[in-house]
Design a protein around this ligand. Structure first.
Ligand code: C2E
Ligand code: CA
Ligand code: CA
Ligand code: CA
Length: 278
């Protein structure tokens, strides 16, 4: 038993060493990923629940490291946050979203609301508003076309700290949506204090809503609450036709998910719109 225990320790420490090594490699890679042009934004369509017409896109970050390969954002974003590298990386995301919007415009595509995800660290960065303004100006993009997605957890912890920056973002004309809604467990009292435009229902509820009465109840409640507050409600992670139908019948405004389109390079979007007849 003692030998087995020793092997277990050895196994765990080998695994831990491997994880530490990978983390260090990712940190090093993240330091140079912007300069070395290793980042890309993929765009996923968001459609009107009633008509299926495209109403916007969400930009999702992709990192392909020459040494580590393609790394999902769920893995590298926490590290970028810990190291504050999310600030330059996030600035690249803002600029790239604006650049892509300008490219679509120049190709004659109708203007599409484009949302990007923002970390709490970026919201606390005093340079954020200047970065947003500079990127919008550089590419000649109307601020109303850009939307920032922030997660519920940001507003749960010390909501007061974020009120000023949220107001500044709104003053700029940029839109705001609350992402992954329903996963936090805070009181809902902060919701009406934040000037938001959209609520995005977390995909876990969408995944469960056809089998779980509780999940369906949560989805219905979020839609009602959102509408009560004058917000549009988006469901994410819609993969099945039956989910789309159920969401539409309970009044969800917009749908996003693999059923309609996977995240794709920006250059593919005009063709997607054409193929989908949107
Ligand atoms: P999120 O903002 O909740 O984005 C939705 C995630 O669900 C994306 O994963 C998307 O590819 C995936 N998804 C979309 N439709 C479906 C579907 O029908 N089924 C399933 N199973 N999944 C679907 P992704 O691209 O891996 O991004 C993961 C998370 O990483 C995002 O979650 C967001 O929190 C974060 N993230 C992505 N890009 C950025 C960024 O530029 N900045 C920051 N701060 N975070 C980002
Ligand atoms: Ca999001
Ligand atoms: Ca989400
Ligand atoms: Ca998420």
């Amino acid at each position: 038993a003692k030998a087995a225990g020793r092997n277990l320790v050895k196994f765990f420490s080998a695994e831990m060493a491997e994880r530490a090594r990978l983390r260090l490699a990712m940190e090093a890679g993240l330091r140079t990923c912007v300069a070395q042009r290793e980042l890309a934004l993929a765009f996923q369509p968001c459609v009107d629940a009633a008509h299926g017409a495209i109403v916007g896109v969400e930009g999702l970050l992709r990192w392909t490291s020459p040494t580590l390969g393609a790394i999902p954002p769920g893995q590298f974003i926490p590290i970028a946050e810990d190291t504050r590298l999310i600030i330059p990386i996030g600035a690249w995301v803002i600029d790239e979203a604006c650049r892509q919007m300008a490219a679509w415009r120049d190709q004659g595509l109708p203007a599409l609301r484009t949302s990007i995800n923002l970390s709490a660290i970026q919201l606390r960065d005093p340079g954020l508003i200047d970065t947003l303004r500079a990127c919008l100006n550089a590419h000649g993009i109307a601020p109303e076309l850009l939307e920032l997605e922030i997660t519920e957890t940001v507003l749960m912890s010390n909501a007061e700290n974020y009120l000023d920056v949220i107001r500044d973002i709104r003053k700029l004309g940029v839109k705001l949506s609350l992402d992954d809604f329903g996963t936090g467990y805070s009181s809902l009292s902060y919701l009406n204090r934040f000037p938001l435009d959209r609520l995005k229902i977390d995909q876990a509820f969408v995944r469960g809503m056809l089998d779980s009465a509780t999940d369906l109840a949560v989805v219905k409640a979020i839609i009602e609450l959102g509408h009560e507050l004058g917000l549009r409600v988006v469901a994410e992670g819609v993969e099945r036709e039956e989910e789309a139908q159920a969401l539409c019948s309970i009044g969800c405004d917009e749908l996003q998910g693999y059923l309609f389109g996977r995240p794709m390079p920006g250059a593919q979007l005009p063709q997607w719109c054409e193929d989908a007849g949107r």
